[in-house]
Each structure stands twice: as C-alpha cells, then as structure tokens.
Design a protein around this ligand. Structure first.
Ligand code: FPP
Length: 250
C-alpha cells in the first residue's frame, strides 16, 4: 500500500500558515494606490481559502495584520481595518456555507469595537462548522502570544494553582492562541523577503519554509500548488536521523 512517505503526491500539509506580503508593490507596479493592492490581496486570500479546502488542508492561518503594522500611517491602518470589516460583511455567509470555521488570533484590545464585533459575530456564526479552519491573525505577534502565555502562567503560579516545577513545553503550548490546533507544517511567504516577521514564533519551530518572489495578489491556485509540491518533497525529521524519520513515517 502506498503511504505519504513513498508517494509524495499524498503528502498534503495539515496546517498551512501564510505571510501575505507584496500588496503595496503589486499596486505600485500597476500605477495604482496601495489600497488597490490590499483589495486585490483580499481577493487572493479568498481564492486560497477555497483552494486549500479543495486540496484537503485542515487549517489555514493568514497573517493579515501584525503587532508591528500598527506603526503604518494612520490612514493605511484605518483603510486595512475598513477592508477587513467589508470582507467579513461580504464573505461570512459564503464561508459558512462552505463549512469554514473562522477564528481570529491577536490582541483584540487594540482593535475598534466595530472590528471586534464583526470578528465575534463571524466566529459565533461558524463555530460549529467542520470544514477548513481559517485562522486570521489580526493585531497578532508571536512575541505577544508567548508573553501573554507567560503572564498567565505567572499569575497561576502566584495564585498557587500552578506548581512552577510543572511548567514544560506542553503546558506553554497549551496557553498559546493555537493551543488546540496542530503546528503549521508549511509556512508560505510571498513578496520576496526571507523573514518570519514575528508570526507564529513558537508554533513554526518545525515548519517547512517556502519563500517566493510572487507578490501576494498574484498568488493563485497554481502558485499554491508549487508550494504544496515543495512541501511534498521535504523530508521531515524533527531532529531525528534520516533513517529514523523514514521508519516513523511508515
Ligand atoms: C502585505 O502587503 C499585506 C498586509 C500588510 C496585510 C494585509 C493583507 C490583506 C489585505 C490580505 C487580505 C487578508 C484577509 C484575511 C482579509 P504590504 O503592504 O506589506 O506590501 P509591500 O511590502 O509591497 O508594501
């Protein structure tokens, strides 16, 4: 019988994480305002959600707005938030129909009440769906995530409900935003930079990293397939020898 180890075509990542970079450059290259690039970026995201669903990916995590993106000009930040609200108003019905479960991770305290309300509504609406889990990282940073977990652990220890000696990797992982989800198997970054940019720092420890020069609005099904093909060819060892890794994949 064929197994993922000896038939690379069957090796679909369970969890794909994406840093969607290059909207601004895509627009500039067309003599358009940055806003047009972000709008095209939303369209690309929509397409990739469906494509991932069709390819059998279980979890897709999109880095939509980082903790550091708050430093952008106020006008661009406002526009991105407006775009997010519009996208939710337009897409949630269809995502729900497709069985997508929508989740948001990030520091909600920094978001406006309007954005927070749309997010909670979308999450509530799709909570019981069993299709693709779509995680949208908004006002998110990997360091923020780990810091929040550390603060929570410290508070529990101070209150006497947690023995500091019991703190281990599993306990920390259980306090992070993606506690109940598998770690990303594959990270895709578009836009030609070779950085993690404070995305899921803890969770990406063993992810395969795929970088492409393609700008996010131009990242389509065909480009996704290239990334999935790259993944299917990787040998994932998690610190083991090649022989051990082959054995455990059997
Ligand atoms: C990078 O382009 C993209 C962002 C800052 C995030 C915004 C992403 C979208 C609007 C995509 C839609 C996503 C969802 C989930 C609705 P950039 O501005 O950094 O591009 P540049 O590096 O070319 O300037």
């Amino acid at each position: 019988m064929s197994s993922p180890a000896n038939n690379p075509d069957e090796r679909v990542p369970q969890h794909v994480a994406v840093i969607m970079d290059g909207n601004g450059r895509w627009a500039r290259g067309r003599g358009m305002p940055r806003q047009a690039g972000h709008r095209a970026g939303v369209k690309a995201a929509r397409q990739i959600v469906e494509a991932c669903g069709r390819r059998g990916v279980r979890v897709l995590s999109l880095f939509a707005f980082s903790s550091e993106n708050w430093k952008r000009p106020q006008q661009e930040v406002g526009m991105l938030m407006k775009l997010m609200v519009e996208a939710l108003d337009r897409e949630v019905d269809e995502l729900d129909r497709q069985g997508v479960q929508l989740r948001f991770i990030g520091d909600r305290a920094l978001l406006t009440p309007v954005v927070r309300e749309r997010m909670s509504r979308a999450e509530g609406r799709t909570r019981d769906n069993h299709g693709l889990i779509l995680v949208v990282a908004l006002s998110y940073g990997g360091r923020w995530d780990i810091t929040a977990a550390a603060r929570q652990i410290a508070a529990e220890a101070a209150a006497g409900s947690l023995d500091p000696e019991s703190v281990n990797e599993a306990l920390i992982a259980g306090r992070l935003c993606l506690a109940d989800l598998p770690d990303p198997d594959l990270l895709i970054r578009t836009g030609g930079e070779f950085r993690i940019s404070n995305f899921l720092l803890w969770n990406l420890a063993y992810a395969e990293l795929y970088f492409t020069d393609v700008l996010w609005p131009a990242f389509d099904d065909n480009e996704l397939d290239k990334a999935l093909d790259f993944y299917a060819r990787r040998e994932r060892r998690f610190g083991r020898t090649p022989e051990q890794a082959l054995e455990s994949a059997r």
